[in-house]
Ligand binder design. Structure first.
Ligand code: SF4
Length: 362
């Protein structure tokens, strides 16, 4: 079964210059508030490749959801504004397309599963009707066919008695079932990219695992790429191909998932891993959890934004912003002044770091 009858080949080539599906470059999104300007996303770049799972990880307020909303064109104006950068889908900069063309891409080729399905689903319409209406709005099919597909989609995401469930309202569904229904709706038009924003946050561990399984199943079945947004690195381990770590509106590390777990280079990533329970990783016992809270994005620290919480911070860290630099490979980048220092790993004493730094400078 396919959620739609469109062939992938009809969508044109990938970005011929890079072979990527989506390329976000130097994206900056701000919000104007009474208290001042919130720098929610600050010059963030990454790409999503066809068929992969890219995880965007970080604490609440780090800019990951704002990044997703920027891609979806859902930044509320006039309070919010994308002030610079580009978001290229198959080589076309969505920020510069005509609004109809932009809407066609965002509604049809890029879909999003929201954090809270209860607010994303319309409470006064039956679940099956909501999916069928979406199909009718975008595809030339009869009402009967749209309904048939909507039931098929609910079956596909593992909703039992889908015929009957399709006639029910969102409040009849459990949290996990609502999230499945949201996924069914998101894949109804066979998107090439599915953005899933904290899709498992409010669910218990067993249901979390089931929802991740559903996402992987649809990825395998339809070949779509997934951008998975989460605050929990534990969720990412068995799911993602690559990981982007964000902190206070900035990308601070990126690597393939094995490198990120095996050889993380940013102290914030060490802290995130430290708050992840992994029975198979004794080395993580050395990783301390992160003290304190992220900075206000009204006036973030001028140099390294992690410095106020970093156990390894040196005067340099408060003076100069550490640009992203390749570390263990060109595909592994980290924004820390010491990321490429020999022996840079959790547990290095601050005193030892200071003397190593002096040696490196002299
Ligand atoms: Fe910590 Fe300095 Fe690295 Fe920032 S640049 S993460 S403060 S060691």
């Amino acid at each position: 079964m396919s959620p739609v009858t469109r062939e992938r080949d009809s969508r044109g080539p990938r970005d011929p210059a890079t072979g990527t599906l989506l390329e976000v470059e130097d994206l900056t999104t701000i919000f104007h508030t009474e208290a001042g300007t919130v720098h929610a996303v600050d010059r963030v770049s990454f790409d999503v490749r066809p068929g992969e799972v890219l995880a965007i990880v970080g604490e609440s307020g780090c800019g990951k959801t704002v990044t997703a909303l920027s891609i979806m064109g859902l930044i509320p104006r006039p309070a919010g504004e994308i002030t610079s950068g580009s978001i290229r889908y198959r080589g076309k900069d969505m920020l510069r397309l005509h609004k109809d063309e932009r809407r066609a891409i965002r509604g049809d080729r890029i879909a999003m599963v929201f954090q809270d399905p209860l607010t994303a689903l319309n409470p006064v319409h039956k679940v099956g009707t909501q999916i069928a209406e979406l199909i009718l709005a975008h595809r030339d099919v009869s009402r009967k066919e749209a309904w048939r597909r909507s039931v098929e989609l609910l079956k596909l995401v593992g909703i039992p008695n889908a015929e009957e469930r399709a006639r029910q309202y969102p409040h009849h569904f459990s949290g996990g079932m609502r999230q499945r229904a949201m996924i069914a709706m998101a894949i109804a038009l066979d998107p090439e990219l599915l953005i899933a924003d904290e899709p498992t946050t409010a669910l218990d561990v067993t249901v979390q695992a089931q929802i991740l399984r559903v996402l992987l199943d649809v990825r395998e079945r339809f070949g779509m790429a997934i951008m998975l947004i989460t605050h929990d690195l534990g969720v990412v381990a068995g799911v993602a191909d690559r990981v982007v770590v964000m902190y206070a509106g900035k990308k601070i590390e990126e690597a393939d998932v094995h490198t990120l777990y095996g050889n993380p280079k940013h102290p914030y990533t060490w802290g995130l891993l430290g708050s992840t329970t992994r029975v198979d990783r004794p080395r993580l016992e050395q990783l301390a959890q992160i003290p304190g809270a992220p900075p206000s994005l009204l006036s973030p620290p001028p140099a390294c934004r992690f410095a106020p919480r970093c156990a390894y911070a040196q005067p340099l860290c408060r003076r100069e912003y550490p640009e992203l630099r390749p570390v263990s490979s060109t595909e592994h980048v980290a924004a820390c002044h010491f990321a490429d220092l020999d022996g840079w790993e959790p547990g290095l004493q601050a005193k030892e770091l200071a003397s190593r730094q002096e040696e490196a400078v002299s």
